[in-house]
Design a protein around this ligand. Structure first.
Ligand SMILES: [Fe+2]
Length: 204
C-alpha cells in the first residue's frame, strides 16, 4: 500500500447512482432545479445509490457532502487553472467519479506553494465546505498525472495544487466528501485509504 500521495483508484462495488444512472439521466431533476454558480451543484445523499452509502458506513465513513459538475471540453491548456482546496489544511481528500472527458487528466504540481491566489471561494454556495484557491504559477512542475475513467472511483488529494485537462469531451464529475462516522472528522489521504484498502487498485 500505497502508492502515491495524490490519487488512488478504488474499485468500489456499487455504482454511484440508483439503477446505474448517468448524471445526464439526472439532469432534469437535479441540474435544472438546483443549478448554482460555478457549475457545481450540491445534491442530497439520498440521490445516491443506497447500497453505496451503506457500503461507506461499513467502512466507518459517512458521505456528508455530494457535489456534481460538468465541464465542457476546452483544448486550451492554459484554461485549466491550477488550484488547491485545502483551506489551510495540507491534507484533504475527495472521492471522484468521472464520466466522459475523453483524454482528460488530473495533474498535480510542485513549486507553486508560494503562488499568490488569484481567486478564492467556495464551490457550492449552500455549503461552505468545498474551498478553492486559484493559483498563478509561473513555472509549475508537474509531479503526478492521473486519468479518471469510469467505473473506477478515485481518491484524490485536493489540498495540493492541481489542474484538470479536458481537451476533447464534456466531463461529468461526482465528488463524495466523507468523514469518520463516529467522530465526524474529515480524514486525510492515508487514513481514508486505510479504511478503503479492500478496494484499492494497485497500478503499475
Ligand atoms: Fe480541484
Amino acid at each position: 500500500m500505497p502508492i502515491n500521495q495524490y490519487s488512488t483508484d478504488l474499485n468500489i462495488p456499487f455504482s454511484p447512482f440508483k439503477n446505474d444512472a448517468h448524471p445526464n439521466d439526472l439532469y432534469k431533476t437535479i441540474i435544472m432545479n438546483k443549478f448554482v454558480a460555478k457549475h457545481h451543484i450540491e445534491i442530497p445523499v439520498t440521490d445516491l445509490n443506497p447500497d453505496l452509502v451503506e457500503w461507506f458506513k461499513q467502512h466507518n465513513l459517512e458521505i456528508f457532502l455530494v457535489e456534481l459538475f460538468s465541464k465542457l471540453a476546452n483544448p486550451n491548456r492554459a484554461a485549466n487553472r491550477i488550484h488547491s482546496g485545502g483551506n489551510g489544511d495540507p491534507d484533504k481528500t475527495k472521492i471522484n467519479w468521472v464520466w466522459g472527458g475523453k483524454n482528460s487528466y488530473m495533474t498535480w504540481y510542485d513549486k507553486v506553494e508560494d503562488a499568490k491566489p488569484t481567486d478564492v471561494g467556495y464551490l457550492t454556495s449552500s455549503a461552505q465546505i468545498t474551498y478553492y484557491e486559484d493559483l498563478e504559477a509561473l513555472d509549475p512542475v508537474p509531479v503526478h498525472r492521473h486519468q479518471l475513467i469510469y467505473p473506477m472511483a478515485t481518491l484524490v488529494q485536493i489540498a495540493l495544487p492541481h489542474a484538470v485537462e479536458n481537451p476533447e469531451e464534456t466531463r461529468w464529475c461526482l465528488c463524495l466528501i466523507t468523514r469518520d462516522i463516529t467522530t465526524g472528522q474529515r480524514l486525510g489521504y492515508q487514513e481514508t485509504l486505510d479504511r478503503l484498502k479492500d478496494v484499492v487498485v494497485i497500478s503499475e
